[in-house]
Design a protein around this ligand. Structure first.
Ligand SMILES: [Zn+2]
Length: 297
């Protein structure tokens, strides 16, 4: 079975903040990369032991997050993408997609270092469903017929993954402690806002990952998680924070008739968000919640 692991850095146990841990110039960046690579290696071990024949590690953190020298020599490592990025080398030949070191989507409460692509986003929706980096990739993977089967990161992220992909096996390695969505923050403020967390020490986190990754791989073989629905036409709406305190929020809308992957490749064209946009966004959310309540009943 062919497996891809998409990695990020903010959701790794022991990675404490953005400033000192997640940028190439951070004093603990090399340590953060080592922590991530060690987490990935135990999942790789588990995937091969449970029947994987090929594993590709796609290094998805902005400036990279994998220490290739420490990486399990049985995998292939991918970094740098074709134009447009999405879906980062994934194709229909894969049998499963895993996310590791992942953080929750922008504006999530009690999420450690939550953001979507950058700290500028307040929210991103595809066809009315609010999603983050995991959800965008899950939709692209669904279009290719590839299920998301394993997700590790902070607790808020693992709950986000479980809500979008019922049946996915997850592993939480830390939990954020900051309440509230932080919608009032500028990008810079939001980047510092959710740095508080209770961490599982890396050695223990790796043991948890080993157990859950084995379970996930067995489940993928026997009873794979369902694909989230991907039926066009597709609309992507993104709302961005003000550049400076007191400035206007901006909103970008793009559409694609038939492909969520092509939708994700479209550049954003943000416009200043008017009062009408706020009303229609609020209305859209109410409509969606109303629909969910009706389907629950
Ligand atoms: Zn990320």
């Amino acid at each position: 079975m062919r497996i891809m692991i998409m990695t990020d850095l903010e959701g790794v146990a022991g990675v404490k903040d953005w400033e000192d841990w997640c940028r190439p110039e951070s004093r603990n960046y090399d340590t953060a990369c080592r922590f991530l690579t060690n987490e990935v290696n135990v999942a790789v071990e588990a995937f091969f032991a449970e029947g994987a024949s090929y594993v590709q590690v796609a290094d998805g953190h902005g400036p990279g997050g994998i220490d290739i020298e420490l990486l399990d020599p049985r995998v292939e490592y991918a970094r740098g993408w074709p134009p447009g990025g999405w879906p980062f080398g994934l194709d229909a030949s894969y049998d499963g997609l895993a996310h590791m070191g992942q953080h929750a989507k922008a504006s999530t409460e009690y999420a450690h270092l939550a953001h979507t692509q950058s700290f500028r986003y307040i929210d991103l929706r595809v066809n009315g469903v609010s999603i983050g980096e995991f959800g965008q990739m899950a939709l692209c993977a669904a279009e290719l017929g590839v299920p998301e089967f394993f997700a590790s990161g902070d607790l808020a992220f693992t709950r986000e993954a479980e809500a979008l992909v019922p049946g996915i096996v997850t592993c939480a390695v830390k939990r954020g402690v900051t309440p509230g969505a932080g919608e009032e923050c500028t990008a810079e403020e939001y980047g510092r806002r959710n740095a508080g967390a209770v961490h599982t020490p890396p050695a223990r986190a790796r043991e948890l990952i080993r157990t859950q990754a084995s379970r996930a791989m067995r489940k993928l073989r026997e009873d794979p998680p369902a694909l989230p629905p991907v039926e066009g036409p597709f609309e992507r709406v993104a709302v961005f924070r003000p550049e400076q305190a007191g400035g206007p929020s901006t909103i970008a809308r793009e559409e694609h008739a038939s492909s969520v992957i092509e939708l994700m490749k479209l550049p954003f064209n943000p416009e200043v968000m008017g009062r009408e946009d706020r009303v229609s966004e609020g209305k859209r959310q109410e409509d969606r919640i109303g629909k969910e309540e009706r389907s629950d009943a």
